[in-house]
Design a protein around this ligand. Structure first.
Ligand code: NDP
Ligand code: MG
Length: 345
């Protein structure tokens, strides 16, 4: 979280203490999570990212988009004019802290009237998933990952209002790092599901798939939820066999990303290969609409394509891959770069 905010969005934050190193920042955030009084104090000088029913407030500045950080006093003013009695700063959840140790929070203003807040704060509450194509490449990647974290946390709190054992309401601590049932003492921590996303390749071809619920023309690497008891490698092996009928030969970890759609997932991205005498696909149509082997040239072209490209003269859409926000894009790009390095181009 140390460099989450661009200079453009940090202007309203007031420095309250100095965090000269990443270790200091991490320990400050730990303190905020553990200590309700420290966190309550930090709310007064913190900066706030605002949402409305999980849609973040986004501002446009020339050709870029960003989420404005609103100061505590400014937010109190907005709440004062738009519905102070319905919400307080303590309904926020802690996201982390800036390099100068200003605590950063997210607050969902879904119980207030949207347009009045948008007008007051000169922004628009925008459903992130629908806006990805529009803001692709025009929003700082760190800003996007801050939005993903905030959305997941707010959604988790919204759906964990009651204890699954006692059925009674749960209460969040001030930072929102947990919820507690005061009847039986059960503690709930924000959860996420591990998901593997794998780019299967064989020499100079890689496998991309299209699902019915994807936007038209979008192809991506194969993904699937980890089942309880599985290792990462076992999930990859099972998902690839289930979805396209291939047997994975080698697996290499590539990177990870938090992904807040539809719930909170930790996407674990891997490169996998299959043997070149076993390339015949047997597509599971219940899960995948189409899957194909693509050449390096085809994938290079798809990477350069804008999201939601225009139709070709024959009425079909060219193949395109997920935008830079998605780890799938980086997985595909990594494979292209490795192939080009192998070919010496
Ligand atoms: N960031 C990125 O680059 C990308 C992210 N993704 C994400 O990866 C995720 C998984 O990919 P997908 O191919 O759909 O996964 P799967 O192939 O595992 O299929 C999804 C189905 O698995 C079932 N399921 C099992 N466990 C869970 C769980 N913990 N949460 C939700 N559903 C579960 C659901 O079935 P049922 O509804 O029948 O219960 C769901 O419809 C998606 O949410 C997608 O958004 C995908 C591609 C790229
Ligand atoms: Mg899948």
């Amino acid at each position: 979280m140390q460099k989450m905010l661009s200079a453009a969005v940090r202007h309203t934050a007031r420095s309250v203490r100095t965090c000269s190193s990443y270790v200091n920042q991490a320990r400050y955030v730990f303190d905020l999570k553990e200590n309700d009084d420290t966190c309550r104090q930090a709310l007064k000088s913190g900066s706030f990212y605002l949402f409305h029913n999980l849609s973040p407030l986004i501002r446009k500045s020339e050709n870029t988009f960003y989420t404005p950080a609103v100061s505590g006093p400014d937010l109190l003013q907005v709440l004062g004019s738009c519905g102070k009695d319905k919400l307080s700063l303590e309904d926020s959840v802690l996201l982390g802290c800036s390099e100068s140790c200003v605590a950063e929070f997210a607050l969902d203003l879904g119980s207030l009237e949207k347009s009045a807040i948008e007008q007051e704060l000169s922004g628009k509450f925008t459903e992130i998933r629908n806006a990805i194509a529009k803001i692709n490449g025009k929003m700082d990647a760190e800003n996007a990952s801050l939005l993903f974290r905030a959305r997941s946390l707010l959604q988790w709190h919204d759906s964990h209002q009651y204890c699954s054992k006692s059925g009674k309401p749960t209460t969040k601590n001030v930072s929102g790092s947990k919820r507690v049932c005061h009847v039986n003492g059960l503690i709930y921590y924000p959860q996420m599901s591990p998901v593997v996303i794998t780019l299967v390749s064989c020499k100079n071809r890689c496998l991309l798939a299209h699902q019915e619920n994807f936007p038209a023309g979008m192809y991506t690497a194969l993904a699937g939820y980890c089942e309880i008891g599985e290792t990462l490698e076992e999930t990859i092996r099972r998902e690839i066999a289930e979805e396209v009928g291939l047997v994975v030969d080698t697996v290499r970890y590539s990177g990870s990303q938090h992904w807040p759609f539809p719930g909170s997932s930790l996407m674990l991205a891997c490169q996998a290969t299959v043997k070149d005498d076993k390339l015949q696909l047997d597509i599971n149509r219940a899960e995948i609409e189409d899957a194909r082997w693509f050449t390096l040239e085809e994938v290079t072209e798809a990477l350069q394509m804008k999201t939601l490209p225009s139709k070709l003269p024959d009425g079909t859409l060219p193949v395109w891959v997920p935008p830079k926000f998605a780890i799938a894009h980086h997985l595909i790009q990594e494979w292209v770069q490795e192939q080009k390095a192998l070919n010496g181009s």
